[in-house]
Design a protein around this ligand. Structure first.
Ligand SMILES: C[S@@+](CC[C@H](N)C(=O)[O-])C[C@H]1O[C@@H](n2cnc3c(N)ncnc32)[C@H](O)[C@@H]1O
Length: 439
């Protein structure tokens, strides 16, 4: 992490910017994907990275930061001063979890009160951060394992009951940072020749044998400035997501449907995985997100039939031609990618899970009749919750007489249907796959 964040003026503005972004996420329910790039737009690369580090750092450690806040703040702040709570927690984060000096952390966090129009709170922020240092709050043990885990209570409890043996590793891995994975576009370049280009540019990376098109970057790089980005030599895609095209195993002349497709990462990989597919249809309900599919297809040099429509109502968009293979990368809790997007922990609520499970069920039932006899459906989520994964698939199998589970495709020693990948396993995100065949 960088200690120097430019001039004094720049530095205190970055703390103010970070507090604003945290307020947008935690109080207004915006996603980091929406508000962070706007806050970063006019910043230098180093400041962009530090802003993200501060925001993500607070989101990763929120329960303990909130615990300290409750101990040091007499009563919650309200209305326009609420943002000062985010600023104080940002101060705690710097003091407890970053390499910023105590002096810089306090002075620059206090100074952020001015651009936040909360000058009246300057004394309070200063006093709380100084007490935090003096009484060595950061050395105190967390009041509970749930607070130390950085997870919201409801999610901690769900995971604890679902994963007995793997639970401790799972929650520890959900707190770590995820590496950047690239997928080489095999229709444009081989992994070996792309790797040579990266080496010549001084980029450090590694391979894994299980992912034939993948490279894992050893540290954070701006991927748009890597060789071949504009020419479409590669895409950013986690290793677990790269398994979808392999598990789907497209064959020559197949007609394929990717029915929850945006931003199109897996659609593009499916196209790259076989040069002679008959047709690839990418369906997406959200018009803005569907535009991303087209953007990605264009950059990588691919074509597909992009349709805006609802996968749970095929009568509105389907032309009646059956598909050989369908990928259903279902809308889900995204609990498997929390280490990559820590805002998910605070945006997702316990009550959302049943709604998502019901939507997944509706889509499964609506899409199944669109598959040819002998055809395949690959069900996928980036979730680690059994309800969305193996329990969802067991339920589908029990009510669908012509659906067979093909568990032979992936190595999985459990007796549960499908394959659950946990975050951190071979550096991958948390994902779930189940291959279903129509008899
Ligand atoms: C997990 S993401 C898909 C990621 C994508 N497969 C990729 O690899 O780039 C799920 C997508 O499903 C879309 N979606 C949600 N409900 C849908 C529905 N009823 N019909 C079609 N798409 C839907 C969401 O807008 C979102 O873009």
């Amino acid at each position: 992490m960088s200690k120097s964040t430019g001039t004094h003026f720049k530095a205190f503005n970055l703390r103010a910017d970070a507090a604003k972004v945290l307020h947008q996420i935690l109080e207004e329910g915006q996603s980091a994907r929406e508000c962070l790039p706007l806050a970063q737009a006019s910043l230098k690369d180093q400041d962009k990275a530090w802003l993200q580090e501060m925001v993500y750092g607070v989101l990763r450690n929120l329960p303990i930061l909130q615990f300290w806040l409750r101990q040091l703040l007499d009563k919650p702040l309200k209305n326009r001063f609420k943002i000062v709570e985010q600023l104080i927690m940002l101060g705690f984060y710097q003091l407890a979890f970053s390499r910023v000096s105590q002096h810089a952390a306090v002075s620059e966090t206090v100074a952020a009160c001015q651009p936040l129009n909360t000058l009246a709170m300057k004394g309070l922020v200063n006093a709380i951060l100084r007490t935090f240092i003096r009484d060595e709050y950061s050395q105190q043990p967390a009041p509970s394992k749930q607070v130390a885990s950085g997870l919201p209570k409801w999610l901690y409890k769900k995971l604890e009951s679902a994963y007995q043996d793997d639970f401790n590793d799972l929650i520890a891995n959900m707190q770590t940072k995820a590496p950047i994975w690239l997928r080489v576009n095999s229709q444009k370049v081989t992994r070996e020749s792309f790797a040579q280009e990266l080496e010549q540019s001084g980029v450090e990376f590694s391979y894994t044998p299980e992912h034939p098109e993948a490279l894992i970057l050893s540290k954070g790089y701006d991927v748009t400035s890597l060789p071949g980005f504009d020419a479409g030599w590669f895409a950013v895609q986690d290793g677990a997501a790269q398994l979808a095209a392999h598990f789907l195993q497209p064959q020559a002349n197949d007609s394929i449907l990717d029915c929850c497709a945006a931003p199109g990462g897996k659609t593009c990989h499916i196209i790259e995985s076989h040069p002679h597919l008959s047709k690839v249809t990418a369906l997406e309900i959200d018009e803005k997100r569907a535009a991303k599919i087209t953007e990605n297809l264009t950059r990588l040099g691919h074509t597909a039939n992009v349709i805006i429509g609802d996968a749970s109502s095929p009568d509105k968009w389907w032309d009646g031609q059956l598909f050989d293979r369908v990928l259903l990368d279902a809308p889900c809790s995204a609990t498997g990618i929390i280490r990559r997007h820590p805002d998910i922990k605070w945006l997702r609520k316990a009550k959302d899970i049943d709604v998502l499970v019901n939507l997944q069920k509706q889509i499964l039932d609506a899409i199944w009749p669109l598959i040819k006899p002998g055809g395949t459906l690959l069900y996928a989520t980036c979730s680690v919750l059994p309800q969305e994964n193996h329990l969802q698939v067991s339920d589908f199998l029990s009510r669908t007489s012509n659906a067979l589970l093909d568990n032979s495709f992936y190595n999985d020693s459990t007796d549960k249907p499908g394959k659950q990948i946990l975050p951190g396993e071979q550096q991958m995100d948390g994902f779930y796959y189940a291959r279903l065949v129509k008899s």
